[in-house]
Design a protein around this ligand. Sequence first.
Ligand SMILES: *[C@@H]1O[C@H](CO)[C@@H](O)[C@H](O)[C@H]1NC(C)=O
Ligand SMILES: *[C@@H]1O[C@H](CO)[C@@H](O)[C@H](O)[C@H]1NC(C)=O
Ligand SMILES: *[C@@H]1O[C@H](CO)[C@@H](O)[C@H](O)[C@H]1NC(C)=O
Ligand SMILES: [Cu+2]
Length: 704
Amino acid sequence: MASSLGQLLFLFFFPLVSYSTLSSTSVLKKPSHHPLDPLSPAETQVSKFCIKGAKMRSLHAPVVCPAVHPRRVNACASLVGYTGSKTRFIRNRFLGSPAKIVKTQAAAVPRRAAAIARLNKQTLELVIDVTSRSMLSSQIYRGFGYPVYSPDEKSLAVDLPFRYGPFIESVRRRGLNLSKVVCTLFSAGWYGEVEKTKRVVKVPCFYPEGTVNLFMRPIEGVTLVVDLDDMKVVDYRDRFKVPVPKAEGTEYRATELKPPYGPKISGPVTVQSSDGPGFDIKGHIIRWANWEFHLGFDARSGPVISLASVYDAEKGGYRRVMYRGFVSEIFVPYMDPTEEWYYKTFFDCGEYGCGQSAASLRPSEDCPANAVFMDAHFAGPGGLPAKISNAFCVFEKNTGNVIWRHTEFGIPQKEYTEARAEVTLTVRMVAALGSYDYIMDWEFKPSGSINIWVGLTGVPEVRGVTYTRRENITGDAFGTLLAENTIGTHHDHFISFHVDLDVDGQTNSFVKNRLVTRRTSTNHVSPRKSYWTVASETAERESDGQIQLDPTKPVDITVVNPNKKTKIGNNVGYKLVPGLNSVPLLSEDDYPQIRAAFTKYNIWVTPYNKSEKWIGGKYPDQSRGDDNIAVWTRGNREIENKDIVVWYTMAFHHVPCQEDFPIMSVLKGGFELKPTNFFDYNPTLKIKPLVDLHAHWSNCSSKN
Ligand SMILES: *[C@@H]1O[C@H](CO)[C@@H](O)[C@H](O)[C@H]1NC(C)=O
Ligand SMILES: *[C@@H]1O[C@H](CO)[C@@H](O)[C@H](O)[C@H]1NC(C)=O
Ligand SMILES: *[C@@H]1O[C@H](CO)[C@@H](O)[C@H](O)[C@H]1NC(C)=O
Ligand SMILES: [Cu+2]
């Protein structure tokens, strides 16, 4: 029944892993899963459970009751979705230090899931033993902030305006056809309220008549607030009427576009290896070239890369590089402070779920023809298992770049040239979050580098205005006029990654190698007055790991293993190479900035802590800034020679332009994890050339 399901919302589930349980348990299931694997469809099927929660006291002991008569329970749901967690979480207490899962083989471990549910206006955190179908623990979360919206809530909330008289009247007054209107759900944010507020959202509406580009046709002036727990409209305002921007020119579907077409690109250009795919996918473990890693799916963050290890031919084995990497949060504040727009300060992953918003990828367009696709599972409508087909694609790519090359002209009489073409492996997922699509790529390179990319595309959010030309704008329009009656509003995208590097083991240190100018001392017999050198600083505490990138203060950001050295004695390490980046421009006392205080630094470093996964807080919807990395790090914990996590945030300040209309081409940013004194020499030195040089040379010599 819709009403009871509206109360019970299963949001995401974590397999919880306990190695001590493994060693102390004598009866073990067949080792069919890697401990970090998502719950399989079979597990999902058998783990249907119900919660008896009509009375408050029973909230403390919800029962798993597959056999209970439906009338006696509030709702039932199935366990689906997953995210990996290297934790031990038994009866709601952490027992001892969390053990990391370090092997890439399947293992027989108890399968447990953590779930977040919303029942009787309270947020429940549950731990369930999937195998025995028993509830291990449950507790009510009493802090500020609310969990991710479930697909049920979304569809119920966006339906409410159509049964709300004042809204129907507003649509009629604008001369619009109600049956063509569609509404969506936007988070409401927090603006200084002191008391606990209701779990509300804003429901803005659009008019996709004559187009499917609904975000380009906002119905402006109307504010509709919905209480998600009561599932009803609790506030409504209609302040002014402006034209709905025209449908004309907003279409992007190939079937609807008219000639002239172009620019002409040849295609499809397929680059397919003649010897078949060079990668191997077994369950969730992917091996390619010198790489091995586990690919998981998380309803909140999307792709989760675990146990990334690179093969070292010199050492004859795989060496751990990264324990885990995933998108921890995406923060998107808009820069229009007016009544209808000020609240638009989205925490995309924590409010909407970047994973559960994954789009099915389309062969040849989203991913090259040689791509292999993988599905993802999560808790869909009604808490039932939902599948996203082709949520991931994995592909090799001849990048057209060279890994390395050299032409040696210096040796008399003969010229020497060597070059190696670059081929990489990419794991891709696209989170389609409302108007925007985020293309998330993890690209593995034979050089030992991992390049992490995020591509922003889709439709920028626009405000309907009376202006039809630039000259009409007198004051601050908070954006760019993209088309008649259409302002593309200024905004930011902050994308934060959790990067738990375990360089050659778990104990690592964070080292800032600052490049500093030195004056030549008078002792130097040198006509030079200055040079630069490296001033190396090992971070002792969290405050030493906080960095605002500044191109005038260059720094090599490295994670080293102080306990492991190269043959000649350098600490083995990986460097984090930032891409183009920026810092927040909002005032520190502004509410969205208080909530998103994690954006203050591009880099933070923390000691590994299993409960610190979400840099902007576990419950960012209407959060108040009391659970984020700025708070976690107040104790200024030690981070030297410890299991540490690096958090990297990239910022885009987006000033929309006409080329973003009616759909924007990919705006791409990223960063690189690059071996730095990790290998004893260039690990691609002995990579074989793609072309057969012997054949080539013999041809040449036969001609000569
Ligand atoms: C409104 O749209 C519906 C569905 O497309 C259509 O059947 C109806 O005739 C329209 N009404 C008006 C007044 O245009
Ligand atoms: C905008 O400017 C154009 C050209 O200057 C003018 O014709 C039009 O009336 C103006 N519109 C508004 C709403 O001011
Ligand atoms: C782990 O993180 C939680 C949440 O930030 C915090 O309460 C706890 O004190 C941390 N534990 C340690 C050992 O730092
Ligand atoms: Cu943007």
